[in-house]
Design a protein around this ligand. Structure first.
Ligand code: URA
Length: 189
């Protein structure tokens, strides 16, 4: 049932023209993965490769994200869903503006409602500032679990930041272990 509703939502996203990004996009990027999941990953916005393919996190950052996920037994086609705060690429990979985020927010809210995850993982600062708190600081607050609207939510480093500064990978990996342990505990309780 919810999979049908998600497909309807995907169509709605595809024809959206609520902000100016509809003029420059090649494809909308709705998200992908397992609908029956406790775990939703939310990134910032599609980049060039994502815009070309219509899929989230498929460029260099996405490849690193997939490696880190696989290391803790998490896979798009098995136990997680991945999407972004906004569904269209901002030209030149600019940070999504508050107006763009506002125009797109209804789609993410509906995805959260339909997927109904127990834990949302904000991938990077922008997603965490939008979903946890505008004052979220990734170096200080990553890996901390918050409870918001009856769901747990945690922020971690964006893989693009890890590519720029591989020294942060160890801390990020600890977050991924916490996330996977959290899900394992959910399944035993
Ligand atoms: N960065 C993001 O935040 N999301 C993507 O889908 C790709 C890169």
């Amino acid at each position: 049932m919810n999979s049908l509703k998600l497909e309807e939502l995907r169509k709605e996203v595809k024809s959206c023209n609520a902000c100016e990004l509809c003029k420059t996009r090649t494809n909308t990027v709705f998200g992908m993965g397992t609908i029956n999941t406790d775990l939703l990953f939310v990134g910032e916005a599609p980049g060039r490769t994502e815009d070309e393919q219509g899929l989230p996190f498929v460029g260099r950052s996405g490849q690193l994200l997939d490696k880190m996920l696989a290391a803790v037994d998490l896979f798009r086609d098995k136990n997680i869903f991945i999407t972004n705060i906004i569904k269209c690429r901002p030209p030149n990979n600019a940070d999504p503006t508050p107006d763009q985020q506002k125009a797109c927010r209804k789609f993410l809210d509906k995805q959260i409602e339909l997927i109904d995850p127990k834990l949302i993982v904000c991938v990077g600062r922008i997603a965490a500032m939008s979903l946890i708190s505008p004052s979220f600081r990734v170096t200080k607050d990553h890996g901390q679990f918050f409870q918001i609207n009856n769901r747990y939510i945690v922020g971690t480093f964006h893989p693009a930041a890890l590519l720029r500064d591989p020294g942060k990978k160890e801390e990020a990996f600890k977050d991924f272990l916490k996330i996977s342990n959290f899900v394992a505990i959910l399944h035993t309780s």
